[in-house]
Design a protein around this ligand. Structure first.
Ligand code: 5GP
Ligand code: ZN
Length: 129
């Protein structure tokens, strides 16, 4: 295994739930996979369609991406478009979100895009309480 990938972002790949999903070690409802990218249904959907798109490479967050990751970052966006099309929401519209760090509420530190749609998603951010 590439030692750089193994410890990127300070987290051991072996402890990372999304690395395990990408490797097929933890089950998921996969909708797409290629040599660099995997997409699957979120376990706690926040919209009628809620998919996650991840790189096979462990990158902890957008803060940890480097110029070397330029291609895979582009592939994530194109995969997001493809899974939205396949889910039938490309025409009605969808939202692609990346949560980066604490204030954004990032919980899983393996970079991922949320693809949400299937209904009017409302405003971008929740009303401040
Ligand atoms: P974050 O807040 O880090 O941007 O989002 C992490 C997302 O991963 C959450 O929406 C959460 O429901 C989802 N998630 C966490 N663990 C699992 C899992 O084991 N399987 C799947 N399919 N989704 C997960
Ligand atoms: Zn990972």
């Amino acid at each position: 295994m590439n030692p750089e990938n193994h410890t990127a972002g300070g987290m051991q790949t072996m402890d990372c739930i999304f690395c395990k999903i990408a490797a097929g070690e933890i089950p998921s409802r996969k909708v797409y996979g290629d040599d660099q990218v995997v997409a699957f249904h979120d376990i706690q959907p926040q919209a009628p369609v809620h998919l996650l798109v991840i790189p096979r490479k462990h990158i902890a967050s957008l803060n940890d991406a480097t110029p070397e990751d330029t291609e895979v970052l582009g592939r994530l966006l194109l995969a997001a478009r493809k899974v939205a099309e396949d889910a039938g929401i490309a025409g009605s519209g969808y939202r692609v979100i990346n949560n980066c760090g604490k204030d954004a509420g990032q919980v899983v530190f393996h970079i991922h895009l949320h693809v949400l749609g299937g209904e009017d998603l409302g405003p971008l951010t929740a009303p401040r309480g």
